[in-house]
Design a protein around this ligand. Structure first.
Ligand code: HEM
Length: 486
């Protein structure tokens, strides 16, 4: 029988039947799809997966993760229910989440060879596929790490303290008397420090255009990856192309300069002729480094400003330490600019930075992907599954930090147990910029605590946090900063 000649009633019956079958299939999938699919695909290995649930077909538990507003609620409720190793399915991928220091060490350090860094393809395209954080362990990754470290390790940045000091002072002056979004202002500060660390202090006419392109790139970073005219993603990709051209022009002008005239920033390290990196490789890493350096440092600074405002006795201790540095410099008739040695003498301030990084855990977790089937503690991590060490859960565990929800910098008078404090990650992909980040935070806090007072807009900070994608206080922490006159 030809369907086109079927009586209308029959056609309606068939359509109704198809509709019922379709909905039945969807129901079956909803109640058992993942378990069934996983069993078929993994065979016996499925029995050795860690405990946990995989949620709905395709979307897994992504909605539960994001509807919680705070993903940490999702992680800690899972941990409470299933223990420190559990499976789930988010953003289209099966994942195993791990919240013990031993597991973090296994993934990031001891058996890092079994896991590779993994990011959505759209993010790789946007930042540049040849950037350091997308690389698997190997010669190219090791070369990039060496070149980045050469530019940001203590020996390289100790001569930059005066420059960073000047940037901190002008940032704070620009805030005077205004109610500002603290996070946005700290981003400007971290951006300017990053640009100096990359390109050196030489003023370049293209810096304003570079900044504007970067802002457009940033706006599209978390957008849907739809590359059609008018979308944020499309605009971001256009800005990324222009950024590549701007960096290429800077590279060619620096290559024409005498090596001795080139400031010893990251760019100088990357264009070293002996290293033979292409312009694209250099551009991807410069843009990637700005990305890695800016929002992370700015969110930590924003949290510190909040915690200091909420804990007057801690603020007083930081103030006293910083004022003592000023007095000592005056007594010794030293220049008023901070030196590397001054920044290294800030023990109380450093404990505040550490405690903030623990409690705020701005990078709550990281992603890796198993490159083969991996056995861990009797469980199997199947090849291709994502693995997430949950830094925040470790930082908030009462097994390692007593009264973990309390802001108490004095706990850092004792060194935390190995792999329990991982604000900069661990192993071959750990943060090479950690010394630079701590330096710029210390310098800003020196001037902030000795020259300014600050109050939360509306008298009290809203509690709660948002993710952009790093954890930060709600609405970027609106604050008013006023100079204090000695
Ligand atoms: C307080 C501020 C910062 C925090 C909390 C932070 C945190 C981290 C973490 C947790 C990782 C490891 C990610 C992983 O294992 O997947 C990382 C990697 C990285 N960070 Fe930072 N970071 C900060 C500042 C900076 C700065 C200032 C720079 C610039 C020099 C920087 C450059 C990088 C780079 C290039 C990587 C990738 C390293 C690799 O893949 O080998 N970070 N950061």
């Amino acid at each position: 029988m030809n369907i086109f000649y079927m009586p209308l009633a029959d056609l309606a019956a068939i359509l109704l039947l198809l509709c019922i079958i379709y909905h039945l299939l969807r129901l079956l999938k909803t109640i058992g799809f993942h378990a069934f699919y996983t069993k078929i695909k993994l065979g016996d290995k499925a029995k050795r997966l860690p405990p946990g649930t995989m949620g709905m077909p395709y979307i897994g538990e992504t909605l539960q993760l994001y509807s919680a507003k705070n993903p940490n609620i999702f992680f800690s409720s899972k941990e409470k229910r299933y223990g420190p190793i559990f499976k789930t399915h988010i953003l289209g991928y099966p994942c195993i989440m791990m919240s013990s220091p031993e597991a973090a060490k296994f993934i990031l350090v001891t058996r890092a060879d079994l896991f590779k860094p993994t990011y959505p393809a759209s993010k790789e395209r946007m930042l540049g596929r040849q950037a350091i954080f997308f690389q698997r362990a190997g010669d190219y990754h090791a070369q990039l790490r060496r070149l980045v470290l050469r530019a940001v390790m203590p020996d390289a940045i100790r001569s930059r303290v005066a420059e960073i000091d000047a940037v901190a002072l002008s940032t704070l002056q620009s805030l005077e008397g205004r109610t500002v979004n603290t996070f946005q202002e700290m981003k400007t500060y971290a951006f300017n420090v990053a640009l100096r660390s990359i390109f050196g202090k030489q003023e370049m006419s293209c810096m304003e255009e570079l900044k504007q392109c970067y802002y457009t790139l940033e706006k599209g970073y978390n957008s849907l990856p739809i590359n059609l005219p008018g979308t944020l993603f499309h605009k971001a990709m256009k800005a990324r192309k222009r950024l590549g051209q701007i960096v290429a022009n800077i590279i060619s002008s620096k290559r024409n300069q005498q090596q001795s005239e080139v400031d010893k920033g990251l760019l100088a390290s990357l264009i070293d002729p002996k290293e033979a990196l292409t312009d694209d490789q250099i551009a991807d890493n410069i843009i990637g480094l700005i990305f890695a350096a800016r929002d992370t440092t700015a969110s930590v600074l924003t949290w510190i400003i909040k915690y200091l405002a909420e804990n007057p006795e801690v603020l007083q201790a930081v103030k006293e330490e910083q004022e003592e540095i000023i007095r000592t410099k005056e007594d010794r008739k030293e220049e008023k600019w901070l030196t590397w040695a001054d920044t290294k003498s800030m023990d109380v301030t450093t404990r505040v930075i550490h405690e903030t990084m623990r409690i705020a855990s701005v990078i709550s977790f990281t992603f890796r992907e198993a490159v083969e089937d991996v056995e861990y503690e009797g469980y199997i991590i199947p090849k291709g599954w994502k693995v997430m060490p949950l830094f925040r859960n470790i930082h908030h565990s009462s097994d390692f930090f007593s009264d973990p929800e309390k802001f108490d910098p004095s706990r850092f008078k004792a060194t935390p147990k190995p792999n329990t404090f991982l604000p900069f990650g661990n192993g071959s992909h750990s943060c090479p910029g950690n010394e630079l980040a701590k330096l710029e935070i210390r310098v800003l806090l020196h001037h902030l605590t000795t020259k300014y007072s600050w109050t939360m807009a509306g008298g009290k900070a809203e509690s709660g946090m948002e993710f952009g994608p790093f954890a930060l206080p709600l609405n970027g922490l609106p604050m008013t900063f006023s100079p204090v006159h000695a």
